[in-house]
Design a protein around this ligand. Structure first.
Ligand code: IPM
Ligand code: MN
Length: 369
């Protein structure tokens, strides 16, 4: 049976980095190593240009029926003035919400070869291996009311709503604890219980869940501001970090820089397991954005996109061995000294998106051979 894979390259550097991964998908298909049926559709600004929406109903239908979605990136200055509901980011947010992708896994691994590309000192980041588990379908991203209203005096008032229920916190907590058990058995939960009611509840629910179901896992709580500080002070203290949608957004960008570049971080967004099929809806995307400033110039780093594909192989298709191959190939390409511009040391020669992509693919082929 073939796996159904939907490719949504999106905007900016999205199509370039997706193009590299597509070559790998096609090769894997050709060898019979895997059997993917791939479809491609538009999302973000590209969808707006074609259909005046950030994601079409047709693309949503494909996403809902796919075994996994591979997503590039969305957004860019070209769409700064489109209606709010049709802005490129709305396409991604709708996919997350409608597919129920509440669990966003953002691993940050610092390859030894890249420790000098980080803005932190080598000994702080070398060998770093942490995962941020970000809640992805709740919190201030989706809470209602969410509006700008005009007051009687003519002044405007903007509202976003931070809201979490027990079950939303519990299910993301479970993902974090389960993951920690397969790693170094430690979870750091982060909120702002000193200022926010949602933080108070978050803390209570995570603590109770820990006591009830995961007493074997070490649990720590850190306020989100302090965690931001600790992440750049001594990042290796962490194993799994679990936090809400907004804090997770911010902290994962910080974590990205620990690894050398935003161009290195993959992510997996997973839904709940369907009790009848055992399958989860899933979307895989690099953490970096569309980087319009470098789009179309062959400068983009495709590693986060390859890493996202590796996560898809592992989490959606049960192809752990093939995922290992891709991850190994990434690390070998780096060991060989290959660098795109974002991770090149000053004065070091930088390769193009395609050169990096081709090397990774060739290495996978060799390793598989
Ligand atoms: C991310 C991005 C998105 C987010 C944007 C593009 C809506 O920054 O995935 O981290 O804020 O979640
Ligand atoms: Mn972000």
């Amino acid at each position: 049976m073939a796996f159904n894979l939907l490719l949504l390259p999106g905007d900016g550097i999205g199509p370039e980095v997706m193009g590299e991964v597509k070559k790998l998908v096609d090769w894997m298909n050709k060898t019979g190593m895997v059997k993917f049926e791939t479809e491609t559709d538009l999302v973000g600004g590209a969808a707006f240009d074609a259909h005046k929406v950030a994601v079409s109903e047709d693309a949503m239908k494909k996403a809902l029926s796919a075994d996994a979605v591979l997503f590039g990136a969305v957004g860019g200055p070209k769409w700064d003035n489109v209606p709010y509901d049709a802005r490129p980011e709305a396409g991604l947010l709708r996919l997350r919400k409608d597919l129920g992708l509440f669990a966003n896994l953002r691993p940050a691994i610092c390859y030894p070869a890249l420790a000098d590309a980080s803005s932190l000192k080598r000994d702080l980041v070398e060998g770093l291996d942490i995962v941020i588990v970000r809640e992805l379908t709740g919190g201030v991203y989706f809470g209602e009311p969410k509006e700008i209203v005009t007051l009687e005096n003519g002044e405007k008032r903007a509202v976003d709503t931070q809201v979490y229920t027990t079950h939303e916190i519990e299910r993301i907590g479970r993902v974090a604890f389960e993951l920690a058990r397969k790693r170094n058995n430690k979870v750091t939960s982060s909120e702002k219980r000193n200022v926010m009611k949602s933080g108070v509840l978050w803390n209570q629910v995570i603590s109770a869940l820990h006591k009830r179901e995961y007493p074997d896992v070490t649990l720590e709580h850190q306020l989100a501001d302090a965690l931001g500080m600790q992440l750049v002070r001594y990042p290796k203290q962490f194993d799994v970090i679990v936090t809400d949608n907004l804090f997770g957004d911010m902290l994962s960008d910080v974590a990205a820089m620990l690894t050398g570049s935003l161009g290195m971080l993959p992510s997996a967004s997973l839904g709940a397991e369907d009790p009848s099929t055992g399958k989860r809806k899933a979307l895989y995307e690099p953490v970096h954005g569309s980087a319009p400033d470098i789009a179309g110039r062959g400068l983009a780093n495709p590693i986060a996109m390859f890493g996202s594909f590796a996560m898809a192989l592992r989490y959606s298709f049960g192809l752990g061995k093939e995922a290992d191959l891709v991850e190994k190939a990434i690390s070998m390409a780096l060991d060989q000294g290959l660098r795109t511009k974002d991770i090149a040391a000053p004065g070091q020669n930088a390769v193009s998106t395609t050169e990096m992509g081709d090397t990774i693919i060739k290495t996978v082929q060799k390793l598989a051979g």
